[in-house]
Ligand binder design. Structure first.
Ligand code: NAD
Ligand code: AKB
Length: 329
């Protein structure tokens, strides 16, 4: 079992954990991690679609269904909610109204149920999508101009303020980070602008050329999944009085461009080829910032990422190759 800062304090208590959007890129790995620490019998995964395989308690839940959500929270005596269900940036632009409903009604339902049923803690992932071309581009400060231009970003920015409101007005202990693009090998990403940084590794390992939907010089903040899971667990385990940002913490891991990730991959696959064919996602990426100042997270709950681009690349390629070998066994 991995060891996380302060986690032993939490695991000594009697907890029941609810995860929404549990079958997605982050949810499937976070669910496994929380089951490992707390025990499968106290972690209920939910999603609007069934999981590829069931490894513990699971229920279908549309996060827009407030009544069912409240029943689950009441009946299971839920103490912590990890609210991951959302529509991401690129997919969100294909149907703004639906995206707003899932992202905003979903969060509202979680906050209201948490208030009514005295849930002890709520985790809400925000995103670098809250930033815009009005935001300082490099080393983006914690407290800064937002004005997002995608429906996803607008919903996350509003969501941050609602989290702060529920904390100030009702004392709901909501904790949040602005995740950069998350890179992982186990489950595919769900329709974001940073998805290229996952797809490119799959192409390399399959020894196929990669057609990148962003320009080669598009620098974005990114984070490797093990760091994202650790950030989530450590933030939730930190003492309440240490959490001074009640909107959402800036969180950084690394920043790179498609040209730089390509170079990192070519250390392992010298013949790997890439070509650039920017599409509508370029405009979204251009509206986000390049690097993030996460000093508040470092100060308040001792956040520190472990993986840089080279370490992540070696780990991604090694794990994708293991999965490839398993497929042929
Ligand atoms: P994902 O798209 O992979 O997963 C989202 C899950 O939500 C899916 O399994 C989907 O079936 C589910 N869902 C969609 N509509 C639903 C509904 N109406 N009711 C219940 N479930 C529904 O997303 P992810 O990458 O796992 O992201 C999880 C959270 O983290 C999201 O809130 C996202 O905004 C945030 N985030 C992710 C990243 C990233 O790079 N992956 C970056 C920043 C923030
Ligand atoms: C997306 O690209 O939409 C997500 C995110 C950064 O929130 N990966």
């Amino acid at each position: 079992m991995l060891s996380y800062r302060n986690l032993e304090v939490l695991t000594m208590k009697k907890e029941f954990i609810l995860i929404t959007g549990a079958n997605g890129q982050i949810g499937s790995e976070l669910t496994a991690a929380l089951r490992e620490y707390y025990g499968s019998e106290v972690v209920l995964a939910t999603d609007i679609r069934p999981p590829a395989e069931e490894n513990g308690l699971f229920e279908i839940l549309d996060i827009r269904d407030q009544q069912r959500l409240a029943e689950i929270i009441r009946d299971f005596k839920v103490t912590q909610v990890y609210h991951l269900a959302a529509i991401l940036s690129a997919k969100g632009e294909t149907n703004p109204r639906w995206t707003w409903q899932v992202n905003m009604e979903g969060l509202f339902n979680v906050l209201e149920s948490a208030r009514q049923h005295q849930v002890e803690k709520v985790f809400y992932p925000s995103s670098i999508a809250v930033f815009s071309d009005k935001t300082p581009r490099n080393n983006t400060p914690q407290h800064t101009i937002l004005h997002p231009t995608t429906v996803y970003g607008i919903s996350k920015a509003a969501g941050e303020d609602w989290c702060n409101y529920y904390f100030l007005k009702y004392g709901v202990d909501v904790r949040s980070v602005r995740f950069p693009g998350i890179v992982s090998y186990l489950h595919p990403p769900g329709g974001g602008t940073t998805d290229y940084a996952v797809e490119i590794y799959h192409a390399a390992v399959e020894e196929k050329p990669y057609y990148c939907f962003l320009r080669e010089d598009t620098r974005l903040p990114m984070l490797y999944m093990p760091d994202a899971i650790r950030a989530t667990v450590e933030l939730m385990a930190a003492p309440r009085e240490q959490i001074r940002v009640r909107t959402s913490y800036n969180l950084a891991g690394m920043s790179f461009t498609p040209a730089e990730i390509y170079d990192a991959i070519r250390v392992h696959y010298p013949a790997f080829q890439i070509s650039y064919q920017p599409d509508f996602r370029q405009q979204i990426a251009d509206s986000w910032t390049s690097s993030i100042d996460d000093s508040m997270a470092r100060k308040d709950w001792e956040w520190e990422p472990e993986f840089n681009l080279e370490q992540m690349t070696a780990d991604m390629i090694s794990n994708l190759n293991k999965l490839k070998t398993l497929q042929y066994v």
